[in-house]
Design a binder for this molecule. Structure first.
Ligand SMILES: [Zn+2]
Length: 403
């Protein structure tokens, strides 16, 4: 390609990059280097401009297109700094003649500026990305999943007794269901004693349970039932049919919640507040399988195990259950009801939480909870008389209270 055409092509390229701007029109457009670019360029002689082209010679027409820009230092507006104390003179300002010899090729400078522009853009992009990452890191992390919990609704069609508002329990449960339905829950666990039961009236007991199950049918999330002592007032067979279980202990996992297993236990099958041998053997087996699979286990039982979590009413024989948990070492929490006052404690790496009973919540209050599960904690959001609390995982070490 002829040098002239090469120069024209190069000029077009600079125009496209915004490095050249039109100056005035006489016999066609003349172009000068954009002021910002010009400020960064050294004084350039015609000779140096020529060398921008491989094999370029003194006759290159680009010398008309690329005038030597003026540098501010040459304008005389800025004072020249005095010589230093050691007598060393400050660098002399370049004269046009010096620049002609020493100045860097202007096209190289332009290419360098273009590269610098790309580098600065990349750096800004990186900073923007890092900034967005920091903003995202500051946002509260979403839980792995959440579930609802309610204990001791203990509805009955009978007059209040002390703090127990039997008939009001129906409205309280309905209000709890409405609130729980506003949240994204994988299941809701009912921790037992759904109806109070009437010892000498199996029909009334069944009817009261049906009223409560009808309220719970409004739950959007699946219902997981735990059997309490009051639920057995009319016998286990009727209850099994009512809640669709062939036995009152079982375990389950959640799709998409790998690493977590939930175990529902029956605290009545060995006696009141005791686990029978068959269930205990089954429990040990489930814990062993969960341990082999690297799963954390959350237990639900109507009865609490630890005294601190339920000072008044809890398991009559907790020792074999606690021993099984100690041996496995993968149970992280034991949720219970039965002791209506509620409570909390830890023992050997396990959170023991007893939910306050809905039946004894004051008239204008309720009692239920949502548990958000994170990799490093269970965050309990309490409603009504249930306090909110965070249960860190693993459980921080502490001095264990006596059972
Ligand atoms: Zn109970």
């Amino acid at each position: 390609m002829h040098r002239f055409h090469r120069a024209a092509a190069q000029t077009r390229q600079f125009k496209e990059l915004g490095l050249l701007v039109p100056m005035r029109r006489i016999f066609g457009v003349r172009w000068v280097v954009a002021p910002k670019v010009a400020a960064a360029l050294p004084p350039v002689s015609l000779r140096s401009a020529d060398t921008a082209f491989p094999g370029g010679g003194a006759a290159s027409p680009t010398r008309q297109l690329i005038p030597a820009p003026r540098r501010k230092e040459n304008s005389g507006c800025r004072p020249v700094p005095p010589a230093g104390k050691n007598g060393v003179k400050p660098p002399a300002l370049q004269s046009g003649a010096d620049a002609a010899v020493k100045a860097e090729n202007p096209f190289k400078r332009i290419r360098k500026l273009t590269r610098m522009r790309a580098t600065v853009a990349a750096a800004l992009g990186l900073l923007l990305t890092l900034g967005l990452s920091c903003i995202r890191a500051a946002e509260p992390a979403a839980p792995l999943f959440s579930f609802g919990a309610v204990a001791d609704v203990q509805y009955a069609d009978k007059d209040p007794s002390g703090p127990r508002q039997y008939r009001a329990a129906k409205e309280k449960l309905a209000a709890a269901v409405a609130e729980l339905n506003r949240h994204d829950l994988r299941f809701v666990v009912q921790l037992g004693d759904l109806a109070d039961g009437q010892v000498k009236n199996a029909g009334a007991t069944k009817a009261e349970r049906e009223v409560m199950l009808a309220v719970l049918k409004e739950l959007r999330a699946p219902l997981r039932n735990v059997v309490g002592n009051h639920d057995l007032t009319a016998g286990p067979d009727q209850l099994k049919i009512a809640i669709g279980l062939d036995r009152f202990y079982y375990d389950f996992t959640l799709p998409g919640a790998r690493g977590w297993r939930f175990v529902v236990l029956d605290g009545n099958d060995g006696d009141y507040g005791a686990m029978g041998d068959a269930q205990l053997a089954w429990f040990r087996g489930v814990l062993a399988q969960a341990k082999a699979a690297g799963e954390k286990v959350v237990c639900f039982c109507h009865f609490a195990l630890a005294k601190e979590a339920a000072p008044k009413h809890r398991f009559a024989r907790p020792e074999p259950v606690l021993q099984a948990m100690d041996e496995a070492g993968n149970v992280v929490a034991w949720f219970s009801g039965h002791d209506h006052a509620g409570g909390y404690g830890t023992r050997n790496g396990v959170h023991h939480l007893t939910l306050q009973g809905m039946i004894e919540a004051p008239k204008d209050q309720n009692a239920f909870a949502i548990v958000a599960v994170y990799p490093d904690k269970l965050a309990v959001t309490g409603f009504g008389t249930v306090p909110s609390r965070e249960l860190p995982l693993p459980v921080p070490p502490r001095v264990e209270p006596p059972l």
